[in-house]
Design a protein around this ligand. Structure first.
Ligand code: ATP
Length: 295
């Protein structure tokens, strides 16, 4: 492989707070970062002549050491004694000097691309450690997605991870509803309590209350569902539950590493046929414009 391209996404801040001014001139921040589908594109090509040659479609951008792309490439090439040279084409779409982390995301993507192109085998964490030396936003741009960013922007925590595991069985929804016994012994989940926790944004309390009345039918018939829940909870999930009439089980994690470990354990256990590590999809966007017109 001599050439690689990568899309570098812009970010917006869903929330941005400055906690205090530090003695060293930096500001301590608390921000929610969100990657968006607006990209710069980098194309990296190995060359015989040594050195980094950067070109860009914007004539006013620096193409020397002042460009973060150049700095990030040089850093990795020097550290890993990468022979030959590198031709980098930067196609900019993200507005420049616009609070969208354009330079940081280019640098982050450049590091990710070099990692691939030269087979360095560095994990994201290792790339983030190197990236923070060039800019506080670079670790986030390597991580991407939705994240809480603290410190001077370098302390990152991701919004909860969700593990999905489906065993290799088929459950008939009709059968489940037909066999559901609703009487005074039925253990009803506290849906209103869950709603109250959601309103308070209290994930822990929400996770403690989650419940699905249909588990009382499906789980006794398919014990592998209980085994999957057990595996998820043993890996430190805040909560785990069967979804719908089953057989899929999900786990809510507030820690990405725990979720990854659960994913691996689930794979190794052979309990589930389909396993995914994902995140909540929060797209509660109401059409306020329509309402405004009505007024
Ligand atoms: P942030 O949101 O992280 O504060 P920003 O979007 O405000 O960043 P950038 O677009 O990164 O700002 O650009 C800030 C300055 O950095 C520019 O004026 C430019 O000269 C310089 N710069 C260095 N490398 C790049 C790059 N790859 N893309 C854009 N600007 C760069």
């Amino acid at each position: 492989m001599d050439s690689i391209w990568i899309n570098a996404p812009a970010k917006i801040n869903i929330g941005l707070d400055v906690i205090r001014r530090r003695g060293d001139g930096y500001h301590e921040v608390k921000m929610i970062m969100q990657s968006i589908r607006l990209f710069d594109r980098l194309t990296l090509t190995k060359t015989k002549e040594p050195g980094i040659k950067l070109t860009t479609n914007l004539s006013y951008l620096p193409v020397n050491e002042d460009n973060l792309v150049y700095q990030s490439a040089k850093r990795l090439m020097d550290e890993f004694h990468l022979g030959g040279g590198l031709d980098i084409k930067l196609d900019k779409r993200i507005p420049v000097a616009a609070g969208m982390a354009g330079g940081s995301t280019d640098a982050a993507s450049c590091m990710l691309a070099i990692n691939d192109l030269y087979g360095l085998g560095l994990s994201k964490r290792h790339l983030m450690k190197r990236g923070v030396k060039l800019g506080a936003d670079i670790p986030y741009c390597i991580l991407k997605g939705t994240a809480l960013s603290e410190g001077i922007g370098e302390k990152l925590s991701t919004i909860p991870a969700i593990l999905i595991a489906k065993p290799n069985i088929h459950v008939s929804t009709k059968w489940v509803y037909t066999n559901l016994v609703l009487d005074e012994h039925t253990n009803h989940p506290d849906i209103d309590g869950m709603l109250a926790s959601m309103k308070k944004r209290d994930l822990l309390s929400l996770s403690n209350q989650i419940g699905n009345v249909l588990e009382s039918v499906t789980i006794p018939a398919y014990p592998q569902i209980a085994a999957i829940k057990e595996c998820i909870l043993q890996n430190g999930a805040l909560g785990s539950l069967m979804s719908g009439s089953g057989p899929t089980v999900f786990g809510i994690f507030d820690d990405e590493d725990k979720a990854k470990k659960a994913f691996e354990d689930m794979k190794a256990s052979g309990l589930a046929r389909q396993i995914y590590l994902t995140r909540p999809f929060n797209q509660k966007i109401k059409s306020t414009r329509k309402n405004q017109r009505k007024r």
